[in-house]
Design a protein around this ligand. Structure first.
Ligand code: APR
Length: 243
């Protein structure tokens, strides 16, 4: 742990403590996957309304399908980075739960065993009729005409703007039981994920790793690590493993 951070806040890492890790697009940026709101982010090139809403799927399903096929292709070509791998080490000493907003599977491919996907996962499809009906996708392409067992067109298993977030209550309960929170690479611009930090107990240390720390207010015991994920995460993990 670099002195500048260690001095700001003492590490607290009793064996078996519950570490909750909240991740956003920033953790996968150095794996080559674009974030959403950085200057070259995905929402610079696309309108959210055109590709990531139920209305878009209704009006132009082909465009939406193609957008997510491209995302899936990029995810399948990407590899986990040093930040994803570092987080897996924490499982040797702590109870670890990762809550990710990401639709990639890089945490799982790195070896993390307890990952909650708040916004779905790109490697699966879901029924247009019953969201809980999901299937694995073979390869990168989801095609029109591929149907669920109820006969409706399969769509990407992704939570779109304007849709409910089925895993949010699970995530809230996990956060309420956190001893330590680590937030990595999220602008905290999207509700309800942005509110999860407020459910973490007041006295729990809360680390934020991001080269551009997002605004967080009313949260105590905050330590800001203003670094890219591949630098900040291995550094914090090393500190927590040795504390
Ligand atoms: N390491 C760590 N953080 C990084 C890095 C990096 N190398 N590069 C960028 N970041 C940070 C940015 O500074 C920013 O704070 O990652 C964050 C990315 O923010 P967003 O693009 O808004 O991504 P995210 O917060 O995950 O978006 C939330 O929005 O459109 C939706 O559903 C989508 O799940 C997504 C949600």
């Amino acid at each position: 742990m670099q002195e500048q951070y260690a001095n700001q806040f003492p590490l607290q890492g009793a064996e078996g403590a519950h570490i909750v890790i909240l991740t956003g697009a920033g953790i996968s940026a150095e794996s080559g996957l674009k974030t959403f709101r950085d200057s070259d982010g995905l929402w610079e090139g696309y309108n959210v309304e055109d590709v990531a809403t139920p209305e878009a799927w209704f009006i132009n399903p082909g465009l939406v399908k193609d957008f997510y096929n491209q995302r899936r292709k990029a995810v399948l070509e990407a590899e986990p980075n040093a930040a994803h791998y570092a987080l897996t080490k924490l499982e040797q000493k702590y109870k670890v739960t990762i809550i990710t907003q990401n639709i990639d599977d890089l945490h799982e491919r790195a070896g993390s065993t307890n990952v909650v996907h708040l916004h779905g996962i790109i490697t699966r499809s879901q029924s247009s009729k019953r969201p809980s009906l999901t299937y694995p996708i073979n390869g990168w392409e989801l095609k029109m005409g591929e149907k669920c067992k109820l006969g409706s067109q399969l769509r990407p298993h992704v939570v779109w703007f304007g849709e409910a977030v089925p895993m949010i209550e699970t995530a809230v309960d996990i956060c309420k039981n956190a001893d330590i929170l680590i937030l990595i690479g999220s602008s905290l611009a999207v509700y309800p994920a942005s509110g999860l930090i407020n459910y973490v107990p007041n006295d729990a240390p809360k680390y934020i790793i991001d080269p551009k720390i997002p605004p967080v207010s009313g949260v105590s015991h905050l330590i800001k690590i203003e670094e890219k994920a591949t630098i900040g995460v291995p550094m914090l993990v090393a500190g927590l493993m040795n504390s």
